[in-house]
Design a protein around this ligand. Structure first.
Ligand SMILES: [Zn+2]
Ligand SMILES: [Zn+2]
Ligand SMILES: [Zn+2]
Length: 281
């Protein structure tokens, strides 16, 4: 077989280093390229059908696609699923237009609201108009078959929606399933119980944007709500599934080894690293 997922990015929308930021972590990442982090993204491949997919089109799409190709050179890109209309999750579509790759009818899986938004707003509408992408609507809770061995289920999650609603995804292979949820405002706002939901998954990649409430001096966190890592870890401590945090803000101390990471690991959770892979068959 050969149905696998690979982690291709772990940072919040702004990446690490973030434009305009001169905090210690961003400066460190500028000085040492090995410390740079791509924006959260998951790659999927089915080596039987020789296809690959991305979940989210990030500003780092060029590099991430190359990493996916390196890992599975026989698989060509067969589609992209988008979680929502915040820059870290769709802006990479710019690489598909005629100024660049000029793809032909690349399937892009989106919610109804996201499809409407892409169709109605330039420059994204041009990708549809020129046939670079073909929008495929995901129904809430519905499942789409990417290949005979791989399916994707859209799971709505609460997240500030200026332009679109927000989806998380369950990726199902023949034997194992993975939950991918880069952005959510808070677990109590969600219709599912996090602990029970994660218990039904083999692997969960979850929003780890902010470690604690005091890491962004000068910004009002109620305007950019996320569950704090301390809260998520408390809810999931001792869970039997594999749990990795992704979508880390540039300010998050979990980007580097230290007491925060040690604490997280004691709760049984880890920090996602680009190149981590999971077999789903
Ligand atoms: Zn995001
Ligand atoms: Zn910074
Ligand atoms: Zn977002």
């Amino acid at each position: 077989m050969g149905v696998e997922a690979i982690l291709l990015g772990t940072a919040q929308d702004g990446g690490l280093p973030q434009a305009g930021c001169y905090c210690a972590q961003c400066e460190l990442a500028r000085a040492d390229p090995a410390q740079r982090k791509w924006v959260a993204c998951l790659g999927l491949v089915d080596r039987v059908t020789r296809q690959g997919w991305l979940i989210d089109a990030t500003p780092d799409l060029g590099e991430q696609l190359h990493a996916l190709h390196d890992w599975a050179p026989d698989c060509s890109l067969a589609g992209i699923a988008l979680s929502h209309a915040h820059i870290g999750h769709y802006a990479g579509l710019i690489h598909l237009g005629r100024e660049a790759w000029n793809t032909q009818d690349l399937p892009v899986y989106v919610s109804r609201k996201m499809a409407d938004w892409i169709r109605q707003n330039a420059p994204w509408s041009q990708l549809v108009g020129l046939g670079n992408i073909q929008l495929h609507r995901l129904t809430v809770g519905g499942e789409v078959e990417l290949s005979p061995n791989l399916s994707l289920q859209a799971v709505p999650v609460p997240h500030r929606g200026e332009f679109s609603d927000t989806l998380a995804f369950v990726v199902r292979g023949p034997a194992r399933q993975l939950f991918y949820c880069p952005d959510v405002d808070g677990w109590d706002l969600w219709e599912h119980d996090l602990r029970r939901w994660v218990a039904g998954m083999d692997v969960a990649l979850l929003d780890g944007t902010f470690f604690s409430a005091d890491e962004l001096p000068g910004r009002d966190l109620s305007q950019i709500p996320h569950p704090l890592v301390t809260d998520t870890a408390r809810r999931l401590a001792g869970a039997s599934s594999e749990i990795w945090l992704i979508h880390l803000n540039h300010s998050n101390p979990l980007h580097r080894p230290g007491p925060e990471r040690d604490w997280l690991e004691k709760q049984g959770l880890g920090v996602g690293v680009v190149g981590m892979r999971w077999r789903l068959d």
